[in-house]
Design a protein around this ligand. Structure first.
Ligand code: GLP
Length: 268
């Protein structure tokens, strides 16, 4: 794992978008794993701008989202399918038939989970998996005690997650209690993982996820097992990391990051 610290939320999101754009230009039929949540909105905004201003091409790109609420139809504004259409898919030249999310309204949810895994396999697996982190340290909806080898399945949401998402549903009582989520094992199979976290509220959980011991209580800690995982943070989210100076040195000095050190001279 490596941690990259950028001065603020905007530059952290820009860096993630630039990494995605670089991979997409090198591999136009990239299989992209996508995440939702407030943190990702800035990333999708930059990707849309890159499409409009630099013709970043999504025409061959395939996508698989991490999760979806059980019971919400794609047309429901609170569903993750709706979020993805609104934030990204409807503004770029992606073929919507190549965009996949679990179907939270399927009558047989277990079969839907198996089929989702099968679709990923048929596409050759995820090349680049984008991740956020929940307040309690979950990736996707892999709540406390999620097996570190778990696959796509239905998961009951923890009270912390319900609370975190209450605002989108007009109160905790209206938040769906279950979701379909890629498993921790599924996520770890992605060839590259990028986790983005910004803001002071994430500082405590980021310190645990990056520098703490691996535990099923905090599914993001499993990323320490991944051979190519980059955690991109702003200063606020990095504020409780013990080795922050070392991580800053890496971004400032390692050749891999050279092209990303120069900030692009653009208005987004
Ligand atoms: C939800 C999603 C996660 C996401 C998290 C963080 O729980 N299932 O994939 O990482 O929210 O959201 P935010 O970026 O709004 O903090």
């Amino acid at each position: 794992m490596e941690a990259i610290i950028r001065p603020d939320q905007d530059s952290a999101a820009h860096l993630v978008a630039r990494i995605i754009a670089k991979e997409l230009r090198a591999h136009p039929s990239l299989v992209l794993g996508l995440a939702t949540g407030r943190t990702m909105e800035a990333v999708y905004r930059v990707l849309v701008q890159m499409h409009q201003q630099e013709r970043l091409d999504f025409s061959l790109c395939r996508t698989f989202n991490l999760d979806e609420y059980v019971g919400l139809a794609p047309t429901d504004p609170r569903s993750y399918r709706y979020y993805m259409n609104r934030r990204l898919f409807s503004h770029v030249n992606i073929d919507k038939r190549n965009t996949h999310l679990p179907d939270g309204t399927a009558t047989d949810l277990d079969a839907e989970c198996c089929q989702y895994e099968e679709k990923m396999r048929r596409c050759g697996g995820i090349d680049l998996q984008l991740l956020g982190i929940g307040a309690a340290g979950h990736i996707g909806f892999n709540e406390p005690l999620s097996a570190l080898r778990s696959r796509t399945r239905v998961k009951a949401l923890s009270p912390a997650t319900v609370e975190q998402n209450a605002a989108f549903f007009g109160g905790a009582a209206n938040v769906p209690r279950r979701a379909i989520t890629m498993g921790v094992g599924t996520i770890l199979e992605g060839r590259r993982c990028i986790l983005l976290a910004t803001g002071e509220k994430k500082a405590g959980v980021i310190a645990k996820a990056v520098e703490g011991p691996i535990t099923a209580m905090i599914s993001a800690t499993a990323l320490q097992l991944h051979t190519r995982c980059t955690v991109v943070l702003d200063e606020a989210a990095a504020s409780q990391l013990k080795a922050a100076d070392y991580y800053r040195w890496i971004f400032e000095n390692e050749p891999e990051w050279e092209e990303f050190r120069q900030s692009p001279n653009r208005d987004y």
